[in-house]
Design a protein around this ligand. Sequence first.
Ligand SMILES: [Mn+2]
Length: 240
Amino acid sequence: MSVLFISDLHLCKSRPGINGIFLDFLAGRARRAQALYILGDLFDYWAGDDDLADALNAAVAEALAQCAAAMPVFLLRGNRDFLIGSRFAAAAGVRLLDEPALIEVDRSPALLAHGDALCTDDVEYQRFRAQVRSPDWINSFLAKPLSERRHEIEALRSQSEREKQRKSAAIMDANAEAVASLLRAHGYPRLIHGHTHRPARHEHIVDGRHCERWVLGAWYSGGSVLVCEPNGWRVDQLGI
Ligand SMILES: [Mn+2]
């Protein structure tokens, strides 16, 4: 039996190939797993659970629900889809996890996060993150009509793409001290996260304790799945 971890699929209408790979994955190998964990940015953006009427969003929710009928599917929200709420979770049959979430995999503790909170060198981004995660901001945003929310998100995205051009790659990666303090606060578990789109297995020595950090890959030309099996951990590429 295997436990699967994915993140950063960035599902959207303009990438039908990736959407198809994900739907096939949910209909096939995902169902034979012991559990599936989605660690954020499942969608390229999520404007609110009333956007479930959209054809792609509805198809994804339905496919998740069919998969979740066979085994548990857990969803932790990312920076692009942090507005996913209980209505989507109910439609998709997924269990929402707050980050960081400490679970047990392979008989040892693993801490799950999206990963954007670890990018503390990007001060500008962390300021923005704190603003949009405040309950006041979320309530007033969700009170706007769906079409207006979509427009605002599109505008925010183009702004962030422009800002990324002038930010160095190092600034947008996980900060070593942020990683260390997270591991320290949770008893030196394994850490699994996405967001940076820099798939890798890192080793950290924190306070003399050896910790492993798996960074999940983004779904661009194909899918990327971290597979945890009793005989080892590996990354499988899908549809390439
Ligand atoms: Mn992200």
